[in-house]
Design a binder for this molecule. Structure first.
Ligand SMILES: [Zn+2]
Length: 432
């Protein structure tokens, strides 16, 4: 547990500062120890054995605020005791609650039809701060307090420090299978047309929007230095739930040609763990091995299909499969900051309170979250405004942007704004 709390202090401080500084921050209510620290955070009691894991540990609404930032635990009181700044705002428990998905452990019955914890039942949504990376805001606050105790702490540079352009390949092609040929014939009543759709140039397939996608992504990845912008392609490699259809053969000529194209773009290939693996996490390893055999190199990145990494403790199965980086952590129904941060953060299992070596890259924005009538149901303009507001929040705290656009969202069709919006957002990010 101490290792977990030490990590949270380190995470709150920021990775640009010396780790020695962590020792100057105390997490104690023992007044006789205050003089050892420049800053003391008084524990709110959240971690006490009689409280942790019980309904009484959930923060009541409305929340307190400290300097305009929602505070989950403790009270916004600050005092000076001797040379030590002492705060009763429990930034550590507040951060732990969000990073560990503690609420999801406690509310096991709150799940949608896919077994996922719904964003609209989450505390960040109910308390009205899902669009704010509050932990990153705590970081700015803590660093300002340290500066007040005469520490030489630099300001965090404003701006977006990293951009992850990610794509889940649920259905790479529409007409390239025998089933696709039949579908084409049924829809168009032309046998030559259907044969051409299956055997002709891949680029003519409506789902194969990759040439456009690569061109868009390249405009950003090729100008950014130090790999500031990186593209990821998550591929399925199994799953027998109906939601795992359509299946594609990773070794087929079409898939091999797509894989080659991704490699030529320096794209990173990751595992798109199946819906079934979301229910039965031991399947993750099997799927990862299958993908590794098809691409010929180790796979270390993951995103779950349907974002269905259902229980917080399922991170253990990712770890067991030697996945080092996961990109699943966003809500399908609301875009924003599920983990309270825009920074990559080590996972915490709230059941065991153990710090995991797995890094979570918070997913900020998924295409269908914005326009799906079941989710945010935003029109063109509202969606653009919401996305740009999230970017601005990240700029203010110097964090990272992770976007998820499916190849099938980028089809040109009058009823969808996704292709236009993706282009607009990338143009916005190029100016960073
Ligand atoms: Zn998917």
């Amino acid at each position: 547990m101490n290792k977990t709390l030490d990590y949270i202090i380190r995470f709150l401080l920021g990775d640009d500062l010396s780790p020695d500084l962590c020792a100057t921050i105390g997490y104690t209510s023992d007044r006789s120890l205050f003089h050892k620290y420049t800053t003391v955070i008084i524990p709110s009691g959240f971690f006490d054995e009689q409280t942790y894991g019980t309904p009484a540990s959930l923060p009541p609404l409305p929340l307190h605020e400290i300097e305009g930032i929602p505070l989950l635990f403790g009270v916004p009181r600050i005092e000076k005791i001797g040379d030590t700044l002492v705060t009763h705002a429990d930034l550590i428990a507040s951060s732990y609650f969000l990073i560990s998905r503690y609420e999801e452990m406690l509310k096991r019955n709150s799940r949608d039809e896919h077994g996922r914890f719904p964003g609209n039942e989450s505390l960040p949504y109910r308390a009205g701060f899902i669009h704010r990376p509050v932990i990153d805001e705590y970081r700015l606050l803590l660093r300002r307090w340290l500066r007040e105790t005469n520490r030489n702490i630099p300001e965090i540079p404003k701006g977006i420090r990293k951009i992850n352009l990610t794509h889940d390949i649920d259905a790479p092609f529409l007409y390239r299978s025998w089933k696709g040929l039949v579908r084409h014939f049924r829809d168009n009543r032309s046998l030559t047309g259907a044969i051409r759709a299956k055997f002709g140039p891949l680029e003519n397939d409506p789902f194969y929007t990759f040439p456009f996608l690569f061109e868009q992504n390249n405009a950003l990845t090729s100008i950014s230095d130090n790999a500031k912008a990186q593209a990821f392609y998550f591929l399925k490699a199994g799953g027998s739930s109906p939601q795992d259809k359509p299946h594609y053969n990773l070794k087929s000529r079409d898939m091999q040609s797509l894989l080659d194209a991704i490699k030529r773009q320096n794209g990173t290939i990751g595992l798109h763990s199946s819906y079934q693996a979301g229910r039965e996490p031991h399947y993750i390893l099997r799927e990862k091995k299958r993908l590794e055999r098809a691409v010929g190199h180790p796979i270390t990145c993951n995103r779950h299909h349907f974002l269905a990494l259902r229980q917080p403790e399922d991170i253990e199965s990712l770890e067991a499969a030697k996945i080092t980086d996961d990109y699943t952590m966003g809500y399908a129904d609301i875009a924003g900051f599920r983990l309270g941060t825009s920074y990559p953060v080590q996972a915490i299992n709230p059941v065991t309170r153990r710090l995991s070596p797995l890094t979570l890259h918070p997913l900020i924005l998924m295409d269908c979250t914005l326009d799906d009538p079941k989710y945010m149901a935003l029109g063109d303009e509202e969606a653009t405004i919401y996305c740009l507001e999230l970017f601005e929040q990240i700029r203010q705290v110097g964090g990272e942007v992770t976007l998820l656009w499916h190849n099938t969202s980028l089809i040109e069709k009058p009823e969808s704004y996704q292709r236009k919006l993706y282009t607009l957002l990338l143009n916005e990010l190029i100016r960073e």
